[in-house]
Design a protein around this ligand. Structure first.
Ligand code: ZN
Length: 247
């Protein structure tokens, strides 16, 4: 596992807020689930303070907002075929703590992912996203250490991919992986529609999938018979691909 870009396996998605995994990685999650590979989403927070503006304007309490966001994210994860956990660590700001990193180490050791998806390390619009990415990377390294005190076997070296941020240019996001999500796009759309408070995002991420799909076709070669309406998600691979064959 983990030696080819096409390798499949258990998929772990570490999401700062309850909606992030839907916009940015729902296609990858649905593809894993359709292959029969377990997919798990860990939401570090509900996005209750920073990404729930409508609920605040409606006068909801913090507790109510957390409940709303939890229910939406659970519905989206169910649509995609993933399990989902919430660590309720708070947002705006999401605080990096040794305790939270330790909880992630235990997730890695228990779930033993073959592939990990998370945020970019740069996001000048949202400090919670890089904080989640830093903790995801640190926990992965700690989970690999045989001497780290957590249940389970030391983790291997699952490749990590950054999913696409909302303002890619400002986040130094230059895709080097384009994932064909055409067969599961309807599931991604339905998962997005589980988040009614962010309805403006539905068409934005549908349009983005079309543009990334055009780029995928160009890079795949013009004569490979890909669907005219190929849809894609973009990723950045963090660690080098290891392979015995350049392809
Ligand atoms: Zn977010």
């Amino acid at each position: 596992m983990g030696t080819e870009t096409s390798s499949a396996g258990r998929l772990l998605v570490i999401s700062a807020h309850a909606g992030d995994f839907v916009w940015r990685a729902a296609g990858a999650i649905a593809l894993a689930a359709e292959r029969g590979d377990p997919a798990k989403v860990v939401c570090l927070s509900f996005g209750e303070r920073g990404e729930s503006a409508r609920a605040w304007r409606e006068g909801r309490t913090l507790k109510e907002i957390k409940g709303i966001r939890r229910a939406e994210a659970e519905a989206a994860a169910a649509e995609l075929g993933a399990e989902i956990d919430f660590l309720d660590a708070g947002d705006y700001p999401l605080q990096e703590t040794p305790e939270l990193v330790d909880r992630l180490v235990r997730v890695y050791r228990e779930f033993t992912p073959a592939v990990v998806l998370t945020h970019t390390l740069t996001d000048p619009y949202n400090g919670d996203h890089p904080a989640a990415a830093r903790m995801a990377l640190q926990a992965r390294v700690l989970a690999q250490a045989i001497g780290y005190d957590a249940p389970g076997e030391p983790l291997g070296a699952p490749p990590v991919f950054f999913f696409e941020p909302h303002q890619p240019e400002q986040c130094d996001f230059k895709p080097d992986v384009l994932l064909d999500i055409t067969p599961v796009f309807e599931r991604k759309r339905k998962a997005m529609e589980c988040l009614p408070a962010q309805q403006h995002m539905w068409d934005y991420y549908t349009d983005l999938a079309k543009r990334r799909g055009v780029q995928l076709k160009r890079n795949a070669g013009p004569n490979l018979g890909l669907a005219h309406d190929t849809l894609a998600e973009a990723y950045v691979r963090v660690y080098p691909q290891t392979t015995a064959v350049l392809a």
